[in-house]
Ligand binder design. Structure first.
Ligand code: S3P
Length: 166
């Protein structure tokens, strides 16, 4: 199968547990393109995200994340961002030159699904998910070119629609 000809990176954004990594991985495979998960880049280079938060604080994590996002957007690829990456203004500017897919999810679906231990912002306070998601929603919506809710449907159907959209 031939790799799709992408001129701009396709970037998945959305709250924690919305399915960005799963959708991104499957989409990249279907299109024959590289997949980059910026959380994995950061943890591959600097260790577990929860540990980075504990040892160095959130601001340090955000700086590492900003660098990983900038590098990921340099080539045509499918890129999934950590939920908070879009708060960075440099990242927001860079996303103007990308095709941005917003994934949304309900609180019930995400709490049933998400691996809370890996997510320092939720670990001690699962109720934080709704507050954080609501606070970020305007930013997500402003950046998005297309939106899918992943709560009540299989990932494969969303990937099919994205293959057509790309
Ligand atoms: C975060 C989301 C996480 C990870 C970090 C912070 C956030 O990524 O980057 O724990 O601020 O929403 P996921 O969206 O993949 O969970």
């Amino acid at each position: 199968e031939q790799a799709a000809d992408l001129r701009l990176p396709v970037v998945l954004i959305g709250p924690m547990g919305s399915g960005k990594s799963r959708v991104g991985k499957q989409l990249a495979k279907r299109l024959g393109l590289p997949f980059v998960d910026t959380d994995n880049v950061v943890s591959g280079e600097h260790g577990a995200i929860a540990r980075i938060f504990e040892r160095h604080g959130e601001a340090h994590f955000r700086a590492l994340e900003r660098a990983a996002v900038a590098a990921a957007l340099e080539q045509p690829a499918i890129v999934s961002l950590g939920g908070g990456a879009v708060l960075d203004e440099d990242t927001q500017r860079e996303l103007a030159d990308a095709r941005v897919v917003l994934l949304t999810v309900t609180e019930e679906a995400v709490l049933a699904r998400a691996n809370l231990d890996k997510r320092p912002l939720l670990r001690d306070d699962p109720g934080a998910w709704s507050r954080i998601a609501a606070a970020r929603r305007p930013v997500y919506e402003r950046l998005a070119d297309v939106t899918f809710d992943t709560s009540h449907r299989p990932i494969s159907g969303i990937v099919d629609e994205l293959v057509a959209w790309v």
